[in-house]
Design a protein around this ligand. Structure first.
Ligand SMILES: [Zn+2]
Length: 164
């Protein structure tokens, strides 16, 4: 049985914001708009969070938002992403390969996130109804236990999905 491991950081979407700034590509001051897409990069003991802004010509600027120390409340050293974990970026949907078991590790939670809604947001082609049924049937488990669709996710949670 193959296991495909993913990691996920959950954050409420923010309102789009814009900043006037010199665009190196355009060679002038222009208006950069927040795409509300967030990216996380791990570097040694820190996790950096970036907001991706775009100018009207679609040039990107990554604004550094936060640095999470791995020893802070935000990120536990034990939860640091091993390389075999693929990060699911905010707004990204993963495509599930039917021969694999999927494991999703929750690395951070800011806000309220239900299990069923979170999976519907991040799995391509799976409706919330299908997800609810899989949770009820025990094909989707949380920390290896049966759970309910409305279960709120917490940091360090591990979602296991049996595709078959
Ligand atoms: Zn530009």
């Amino acid at each position: 049985m193959q296991i495909q491991q993913y990691s996920l950081v959950l954050q409420q979407q923010r309102k789009a914001d814009s900043v006037k700034k010199q665009c190196k590509m355009c060679g002038k001051v222009t208006l950069f708009t927040d795409t509300t897409i967030r990216r996380h990069n791990a570097n040694g003991k820190n996790i950096y969070q970036f907001a991706i802004y775009k100018c009207p010509e679609n040039h990107s600027w990554n604004k550094k938002l936060d640095i999470y120390k791995t020893f802070s409340d935000h990120v536990d050293p034990a939860s640091l992403v091993p390389t075999e974990f693929k990060a699911i970026e905010p707004g990204e949907k993963i495509t599930i390969n039917p021969i694999e078991t999927i494991e999703i590790k929750i690395l951070g939670v800011a806000g309220n996130f239900r299990l069923d809604c979170t999976l519907a947001d991040h799995i391509e082609g799976w409706s919330r109804t299908e997800i609810t049924n899989k949770i009820k049937a025990g094909n989707i488990r949380l920390n290896n236990c049966l759970t309910k669709p409305s279960k709120k996710l917490s940091v360090h949670d591990k979602i296991l999905i049996d595709v078959n």
